[in-house]
Design a protein around this ligand. Sequence first.
Ligand code: PMV
Length: 301
Amino acid sequence: MKVPTCGRAAGKVILLGEHAVVYGRPGLAAGIGRFLTAEVSAEAGAARLETDRAELAADGRPARLLTEAARMLGLPDDGLVIRVRSELPAGVGLGSSAALAVAVLRALAAAAERTLTAAEELAMGTRLEAIFHGHPSGIDPAAAALGTCLRFVRGEPPAITAVRPSAPLRLTIAFHERPRRTSSLVTALRQRWEADRARHERLFDEIGALVDAGARAVADGDIRTLGSAFDRNQALLSELGVSSPEVEALVGSARRAGAFGAKLTGGGGGGAIIAVGGEPERLAAALAATGACTIVTEVGA
Ligand code: PMV
């Protein structure tokens, strides 16, 4: 084993299509230029993961991820130490668990002196993401691995198409640092889908159509149309029962501050929102004034 080695992966936003993407509809995601880095070294003792983020340290799942990733790559898990540095808040829907999975895979693959193909990285990343929630579509590891703007349809292998913005696409992200679990939201939605499939399939179809309209708007640099797609997607996510009063308050503040559209991003039930249009720095200031943390980012650059 060759150590020390390092792996890095991107955080992401889902621009359109979260949850429906689990049920086979397309989703649109993009890297956000904030990264998580995993450094592997060898020290005597049981495998352990050290991190600068308290939320991750308090959670038993990253340690399981480390053991499973080592097993996938044929490495002994004894004596492995992984140090994680992250620019991503955990548990708010900005892809920190997928970034952790992909960064750890990259660092361990380098330690095993292997180069993973993109297809291997996505397949393994999706299997590791299942430690965090039971039915991952794979969109998060795809965005973490590629870091660009992409249209994604689940499958083995998934269908991934690059979407290149014709003009810089600037987004405002806002969240409160109160982690929630995507797994609970995905599981609860699955129970509601089981109880009334026809209604949910109709909502998923409408979301799928918005993803394609939104992908065209991104490629055309038409942020007004993208903003309308955000608003409609947010209304549909609310009908699916994955929004929350905190999300609605943030989305309302963003719209009042001049956003062309705003919606939750990721699992929902709290967590981050994204807004497009208006003046991003002004939106961020208005959202920060309500007590939220904010990020202004350019996606797909
Ligand atoms: O892990 P999060 O909160 O970014 O959400 C992932 C997106 C979902 O569509 C809710 C789940 C999935 O696996 O696609």
